[in-house]
Design a protein around this ligand. Structure first.
Ligand SMILES: [Fe+2]
Length: 176
């Protein structure tokens, strides 16, 4: 057997070592994450369309930049779910049911409140990602998925920081 075939066989064996229960747990984490990313994606689009005030263009552009990044991240999460053989829950109803984040229909906050709301969303996703990474690291032991979540965490941290810098006062904007 060639070396590359040996590595392939070993990879399959390692994946098979994931018990059904552990794999279901991992898929549940990915499904909820996908739902949270989708709610945040939609909030960013909503704010991109509805932001107003003297900083309109800067925020309109910043929100677009973030929803484009999140669209790519969401796609990675969804395709990761498919790689494990499960269908992706891809309807708005399922996203709303599964997400930690919630929608607030019919409300159009001022620009500063929009930014603060988005910081809170990023921080919430960061909080859950920390727990998810630990769970996957200890239970599923799937390094590939843990790595994907770490990359997502880093991107959310950077996006949260960029938005915090728009705020005059925010609890986590500056540490004295
Ligand atoms: Fe646009």
């Amino acid at each position: 057997m060639s070396k590359s075939n040996g590595e392939k066989t070993q990879g399959i064996q390692i994946n098979q070592e994931l018990t059904d229960k552990r794999q279901r747990g991992m898929l549940k984490i990915l499904n909820i994450l996908l739902a949270d990313e989708t709610v945040l994606y939609n909030r960013l689009r909503n704010y991109h369309w509805n932001v107003r005030g003297i900083n309109f263009y800067t925020l309109h552009t910043a929100f677009e930049d973030q929803f484009n990044k999140i669209a790519d991240m969401t796609d990675e999460v969804a395709e990761c779910i498919r790689q494990y053989g499960a269908y992706v829950p891809g309807t708005m109803n399922e996203f709303i049911q599964k997400a930690h984040l919630s929608e607030v229909p019919g409300v159009y906050p001022d620009a500063e409140t929009m930014v603060a709301n988005l910081v809170t969303d990023h921080e919430l996703i960061i909080h859950f990602l920390h727990g998810d990474i630990e769970t996957i690291d200890h239970k599923s032991k799937d390094v590939g998925v843990a790595d994907l979540l770490v990359r997502l965490l880093q991107q959310h941290e950077k996006m949260a920081w960029m938005l915090r810098m728009f705020l005059k006062v925010h609890p986590t904007a500056d540490k004295e």
